[in-house]
Ligand binder design. Structure first.
Ligand SMILES: Cc1cc2nc3c(=O)[nH]c(=O)nc-3n(C[C@H](O)[C@H](O)[C@H](O)COP(=O)(O)O)c2cc1C
Length: 195
């Protein structure tokens, strides 16, 4: 199985190995993900914290072997994402219900909490040598129509999931990007201690 040690984060501080190892590949091998493993990833998502424990996230998904469903999801992506996401083992659409179920009031943190659930999903995936790539590059209106999403449910982002493939299968500039080390802003550039 290909590894991607060059993608493991070089960090300023001692942080979890899973966080250091997670990254967003575009080259996926053809290896499928079992339904059981996928359900474990969704359970990991469900253990994210959420405002009032509302759990506003919803997931639609298809394995690549489920051709019709997979193509419905794939067709909603922007062409640049379709080019590589077509090789994912599973495509997922994460959506959020933006009102609280108990009183119908607006849940201003629904997208935040769905993002947190996605992060949990991706970290559990990393533990299993499965990698995921979030995508905001999708046709919003087409997605809403294709899957009959109605307010207050809104699409958040797609996820491509799979085992690592060979970067050589990608066209430039994606191939080079796949081989570059990951970078982040230093912690003191986005934090400020208040006195
Ligand atoms: C909400 C969200 C939307 C993203 N949309 C896209 C996208 O449409 N296409 C793409 O190639 N990458 C997309 N990315 C991946 C980011 O570019 C990537 O996470 C970032 O460059 C950091 O790289 P890393 O995840 O490997 O650490 C998205 C990531 C997130 C979290």
């Amino acid at each position: 199985m290909p590894t991607a040690d060059h993608k493991t984060a070089e960090t300023q501080h001692d942080i979890s190995e899973l966080i250091r190892r997670r990254w967003s590949p575009r080259a996926f091998s053809g290896q499928p993900i079992t339904e059981e493993e996928l359900q474990a990833l969704f359970e990991a998502a469900s253990w994210a914290a959420s405002s009032f424990n509302e759990q506003p996230w919803q997931y639609l998904y298809a394995h690549r072997s489920d051709e019709a469903g997979f193509l419905r999801l794939l067709s909603c992506l922007k062409p640049g994402n379709q080019a590589w996401a077509k090789n994912a083992a599973v495509l997922v659409l994460s959506s959020a219900s933006t009102v609280f179920s108990k009183n119908g009031k607006a849940n201003r943190h629904a997208l935040h909490d769905t993002g947190a659930a996605n992060a949990h999903l991706l970290l559990e995936a990393t533990r299993r040598n499965i990698y995921g790539h979030a995508m905001a590059g999708f046709d919003y209106d087409k997605t809403v129509q294709e899957f009959g999403l109605n307010e207050p449910v809104v699409p958040v982002c797609f996820l491509a999931l799979g085992y690592l493939g060979n970067p050589e299968q990608l066209e430039e500039p994606l191939r080079s990007s796949e081989q570059k080390p990951r970078q982040r802003q230093p912690v003191d550039s986005f934090t400020q201690k208040i006195q």
